[in-house]
Design a protein around this ligand. Structure first.
Ligand code: GAL
Length: 346
């Protein structure tokens, strides 16, 4: 692995940001930023052998700082929405920052995606860490987080998340990369398969109602590879509310590594397989992504990419039967997700 680094600018608060570039023996490249623990670029060869950047990102730090959308970042302390921006733990009610109407989204106003992390290069990747203080965005207890990105010669990107707190708290981490395997937008033409039979019903604010619905035979059925655009325009309350897919699928047992999804673009031949130890997969078709200039003269907007966010079911503190985001003092939060890239033989 060839790993190098270069300055990527200075934040509005005067913090230096560094870009880490990892190139494996096949010439595939990943670029990571210590700002937001962000995947900025991911270049793999298409079927003609040309390197194709399969994630959305920006040219400058300023754009990462001022724009919403969480491009490529690690989101936390709790990914996804927390209804009413509050939860109870140990008999005490905690109030979190409200940044999505009345709700809390992806860690709040200044979540993990807007922080500069510490970074250390290792043999095949970069170890990012940061300490989230007691009370940050309303969360109780200090939390030490470590996120390790490992890139290997077989074009696998592994993300290992670990966290420990000095008191009880809640944690649910994920990466918010926008995948565009065609390298040029319109994700409706790409094929998705999700290894799940059911998903969480959402209310109008994209919060789970608590009802688990069967995907079989519905527009939400991706149990066999299907073009993302095939059913996205079907008249359906949840698709209408979210302007597309913004859906949490039940992908299996917590703590067990299993394949959960594949994404394929026939325009490039690039296939991505996603495996995770998590129980939920949020499929988000970039419905709210604003039109913007991206890296290297690119341009992107609504539905030009898809996020496949491995995480616990959202708002789980309001649903005691679901896998809990509670992390007790002395325990370790651990979650691993692998994104494996190859060319499909079709
Ligand atoms: C997704 C979430 C969407 C939207 C997006 C950020 O993870 O499911 O509802 O908030 O992040 O724009």
């Amino acid at each position: 692995m060839n790993i190098s680094s270069r300055p990527f600018g200075v934040t509005a608060d005067g913090e230096r940001v560094t870009l880490y570039r990892l190139e494996n023996s096949t010439g595939s490249i990943i670029e990571l930023l210590d700002y937001g623990c962000t995947i900025r670029s991911l270049l793999v060869a298409n079927r003609e052998g040309r390197l194709t950047d399969v994630v959305l990102g920006y040219d400058t730090l300023r754009e990462y700082e001022k724009n919403d959308g969480y491009l490529g970042a690690v989101v936390g302390r709790c990914a996804n929405r927390i209804g009413g921006a509050r939860f109870s733990l140990g008999g005490k009610e905690y109030h979190l920052a409200k940044n999505d109407g009345d709700n809390h989204l992806h860690g709040g106003l200044v979540g993990f995606d807007k922080r500069v992390w510490s970074a250390k290069i290792n043999e095949n990747g970069v170890v990012f860490s940061r300490t989230s203080s007691d009370g940050e965005e309303g969360y109780p207890s200090q939390l030490n987080i470590q996120v390790v990105y490992t890139f290997t010669d077989d074009n696998c990107l592994t993300i290992d998340y670990r966290a420990t707190g000095d008191g009880d708290t809640i944690v649910n981490l994920t990466n918010h990369a926008y995948f565009a395997l065609s390298g040029r937008g319109n994700v409706l033409l790409d094929e998705l398969c999700v290894y799940a039979n059911s998903f969480l019903e959402n209310d109008a604010h994209c919060l789970p109602t608590g009802t688990i619905l069967s995907a079989k035979g519905t527009p939400f059925d991706f149990s066999l590879p299907k073009l993302i655009g095939r059913d996205i325009g079907t008249a359906n309350e949840q698709l209408d509310n979210a302007h597309g897919y913004d859906t949490n699928y039940l992908v299996g047992q917590s703590g067990k590594m299993k394949p959960v999804a594949t994404l394929y673009s026939d325009r490039t031949g690039i296939l991505m397989k996603v495996s995770t130890t998590q129980t939920g997969l949020q499929v988000y078709t970039a419905n709210f992504l604003k039109d913007r200039a991206g890296k290297n003269g690119s341009h992107f907007g609504c539905r030009d990419a898809v996020c496949l966010e491995t995480q616990l079911y959202p708002d789980a503190m309001a649903h005691p039967d679901w896998s809990s985001p509670v992390l007790k003092a002395g325990e370790t939060y651990a979650h691993t997700t692998v994104y494996a890239f190859s060319l499909a033989c079709k």
